[in-house]
Design a protein around this ligand. Structure first.
Ligand code: FAD
Ligand code: DHB
Length: 390
């Protein structure tokens, strides 16, 4: 098989890239180890920043988002005895939307099928070849067990943190940075109306808690837990008691409503950056190149921002102009490092540990962010997201 762009990974980065390229008349094939249904049902991110919503709307994928997504003007920051609203629209003139990654993925895949995008699902043994030539290829075993080779002008690694693309950049060329945090998140989805109009990020001596949502009848919650926590040690009662304590049930008359838990999992927290994001005819986008801890709600938005830069760069490259492709890695990494810092900053401000000095610093930082317009605007500008191309 031959195509112009071989895209490894059918997550949001890969499918969105295929869509942007198709709009410019560039052909691609998307390769994926999992099934279409599996990718679409993975419960992950929930917050879209302004530039992600603008991009999806501009390319004609904003209809259901406009109907079913929920625009939020800000968030609540809280610690015991205090809850403060930060109004992003007032502070920086930008907002965010609650619209799950599952829904973004469904919209992207529906649009891809409508224009007959080529996908190959349920492949194995993915390997990248000849990336330093202008005839790179990807080999794999298809769902029937047959060996296949996809030849392309360009290969794009959108295969997340476990895929082979990042490791295909030779060690002599690549540089990586990383941090593993000493805590994880226990995430749950519950059939219960949200007990809040906007997200609550709560610092508590027992550990961080986040009240998010997916719709008027489905809520999403996260609890800070130690690394290697076995989800089976958290009964429904323990989860609801932990959330009630950390989110301040009873504080100023606020109550946490509970419901049936429909999904639960433990998510490790890592920061990771690999650069450069391009080597020869291989380009990396999304989690394949970088990971952020989820506290800043940046993972999905960063993947979208990478692809928004990459699509025009590849289109120009395939038409003979390499300037944008040559600039891609540096341009993307500028935003990646901004979001890496913001995600680290939110994470270290909000997750408690046993160190009394850290605790006082965290509370001081929270009081400053919540009470100073300059402090609040800094959080708002980063959370609502900088323009693409920042
Ligand atoms: P992915 O969505 O990971 O897509 C990569 C695709 O590549 C996958 O479909 C994978 O199956 C495929 N693939 C892997 N290996 C191969 C191979 N060898 N060959 C072919 N295909 C391959 N972000 C937030 O902002 N908030 C959250 O709450 C949040 N929760 C998360 C929970 C989890 C468990 C994870 C893993 C991530 C979470 N994220 C969250 C981050 C966010 O979901 C990601 O940043 C986003 O999915 C990145 O999109 P992507 O397309 O780059 O990668
Ligand atoms: C959600 C996840 C996040 O990481 C975050 O910061 C806010 C919301 C969510 O899944 O709804």
């Amino acid at each position: 098989m031959r195509t112009q762009v071989a895209i490894v990974g059918a997550g949001p980065a890969g499918v969105l890239l295929s869509h942007l390229l198709a709009a410019d008349g560039i052909e691609s094939v998307v390769l994926e180890t999992r099934s279409e249904e599996y990718v679409a049902s993975r419960i992950r991110a929930g917050i879209l920043e302004q530039s992600t919503v603008d991009l999806l709307t501009d390319i004609g994928l904003g209809d259901r988002l406009a109907r079913e997504g929920d625009q939020h003007h800000g968030i609540y920051l809280q610690w015991p005895g205090e809850r403060h609203h930060l109004d992003f629209v007032d502070l920086v003139g930008r907002s965010v939307w609650v619209y799950g990654q599952t829904e973004v993925q469904k919209d992207l895949v529906a649009a891809a099928h409508a224009r007959s995008q080529a996908f190959v699902y349920e492949i194995s043994d993915t390997a990248l070849h000849d990336l330093e030539t202008d005839r790179p290829s990807v080999t794999y075993t298809d769902a029937n067990g047959a060996s296949q080779r996809l030849e392309a002008d360009v290969v794009v690694g959108c295969d997340g943190s476990f895929g082979p693309s990042r490791g295909a950049v030779p060690e002599r060329v690549r540089r990586t940075w990383g941090r593993t945090y000493p805590y994880s998140w226990l995430g749950i989805l519950a059939d219960v109306a949200p007990s809040t109009d906007e997200l609550i990020y709560a610092w508590h001596p027992d550990g961080f808690a986040l009240h998010s949502m997916r719709s008027s009848s489905v809520s999403r919650f996260y609890l800070q837990v130690p690394n290697d926590t076995d989800v089976a040690t958290w009964s429904d009662d323990r989860i609801w008691d932990g959330l009630a304590t950390r989110l301040g049930h009873g504080q100023d008359g606020w109550e946490l409503a509970t419901g049936t838990i429909t999904d639960r999992s433990v998510l490790p927290m890592r920061s990771f950056v690999q650069q450069p994001m391009r080597h020869g005819r291989l380009f990396l986008a999304g989690d394949a190149a970088h990971l952020v801890p989820p506290t800043g709600a940046k993972g999905l938005n960063l993947a979208v921002a990478d692809v928004a830069l990459l699509a025009p760069a590849l289109t120009a490259l395939l038409k003979g102009d390499a300037a944008l492709a040559d600039a891609y890695s540096d341009a993307a990494l500028r935003r990646v490092w901004r979001c890496t810092h913001f995600s680290w900053w939110m994470t270290t401000m909000l997750h408690s540990n046993d160190d009394p000095f850290d605790r006082e610093l965290q509370l001081s930082q929270l009081r400053w962010v919540a009470s100073s317009r300059a402090g609040a605007a800094g959080l708002a500008e980063n959370y609502a997201g900088l323009p693409i191309g920042f």
